[in-house]
Design a protein around this ligand. Structure first.
Ligand code: 5GP
Ligand code: ZN
Length: 113
């Protein structure tokens, strides 16, 4: 069994509040939400961070932005707005070494740090 928590969520081995999924991606609620809507979107394939984006399949790379946009629309934040963040490496405070995008919204967000 994978030791990567997000691989285990993708496989259904660890429970998560999944809001959308398809063959390439899973979207689920962050366990420690920073805003009323705080989702994580992950590729099903294990890629450690954006710095290894070339390891994503061409198909998943091509579909990632559209999946993010569709996830935000289905979460109800497309009209009011939202932020997509990818923490990459130590200076960004990346905790989970499986590429993921935070989709944050549902309130007026503060400035970028
Ligand atoms: P990072 O700092 O790596 O960009 O953020 C990792 C995020 O994953 C954090 O916001 C944290 O709350 C979330 N997280 C870590 N482990 C789990 C988990 O097991 N389940 C869920 N739903 N979120 C998690
Ligand atoms: Zn993984």
């Amino acid at each position: 069994m994978s030791e990567c928590i997000f691989c285990r969520i993708s496989a259904g081995d660890v429970p998560a509040d999944v809001v959308a999924q398809d063959e390439d991606f899973v979207a689920f609620r962050d366990a420690r939400p920073l805003a009323p809507v705080h989702l994580l979107v992950i590729p099903r394939s294990h890629v450690a961070s954006l710095d290894e984006a070339e390891e994503l399949s061409a198909e998943a790379s091509a579909r990632a932005l559209a999946f993010l946009a569709a996830t935000a629309r289905s979460a109800g934040v497309a009209e009011t707005g939202y932020r997509v963040i990818t923490n990459t490496g130590p200076d960004a405070g990346q905790e989970v070494m499986h590429l993921h995008w935070h989709v944050i919204g549902g309130t007026r967000l503060g400035g970028m740090a």
